[in-house]
Design a binder for this molecule. Structure first.
Ligand SMILES: [Zn+2]
Length: 214
């Protein structure tokens, strides 16, 4: 009898246990909490690597010929910037790298060490390194090249206005070099400041005049 009771208690206990589980209220179907938009933390700036710091396509990206280092002066302290155009309307429409090689062939043909400009800006605004800055340029005649960075925009800007991308790049290059070398706006000139020439063309000359005024 006692054993029967004990079994009954166990049975009731089990069914109770089962019933309790079976009748446990289902968890309410709660709507998920709203997604809180958190401000995205700024990505910390990585220390610039040699390649990440480049704001121009290096000479090695296009040059087919070596620099004749026996025929070039080291750059004196940089204190002025001179803007040129290539003067050929077709220069702005073709393959920029092929065009650069053509400039270099022409300049080497004059007996120069390599292309005479330090930077060349293509129609799409891409900035190319020409003659490395450690060397004096060959772009403004004789002593005018001393301490003078030569920047050439591909195209003829007597014939048409300078495309915006090219002008934006020029402004950026001038700002950057002025900051880097502590150059005053008054030391930014067009080629025609140094000699009688159409370079850098009337439209580009207008930009240089505006830029000098700040
Ligand atoms: Zn020029």
């Amino acid at each position: 009898m006692a054993r029967g009771l004990a079994l009954l208690v166990i049975f009731l206990g089990l069914t109770g246990c089962l019933r309790t589980n079976a009748s446990a209220p289902a968890k309410p179907n709660r709507t998920p909490p709203p997604v809180v938009e958190r401000p995205i933390a700024p990505v910390p700036e990585k220390a610039p690597t040699a390649s990440a710091a480049r704001w121009f396509q290096p000479r090695s990206a296009w040059a087919g010929q070596a620099i004749d280092t026996s025929n070039v002066e080291p750059m004196e302290p940089i204190y002025r910037l001179t803007v040129h155009h290539s003067g050929n309307a077709e220069d702005a429409t073709g393959d920029s790298k092929a065009q650069l090689r053509q400039f270099e062939r022409a300049h080497k043909g004059k007996g120069w060490a390599c292309i005479g400009y330090h930077f060349i800006i293509a129609r799409d605004g891409t900035v190319f390194e020409g003659r490395p800055l450690k060397f004096q340029g060959a772009h403004a005649t004789g002593q005018n090249n001393v301490g003078n960075v030569g920047i050439c925009l591909m195209g003829n800007f007597d014939q048409r206005p300078v495309p915006k991308a090219q002008l934006d790049s020029l402004r950026s290059v001038l700002d950057r070099l002025r900051a880097q070398y502590g150059i005053d706006r008054s030391e930014v000139e067009g080629h025609s400041h140094y000699k009688t020439t159409d370079c850098p063309g009337k439209y580009l000359r207008q930009f240089v005049e505006r830029y000098k005024k700040g």
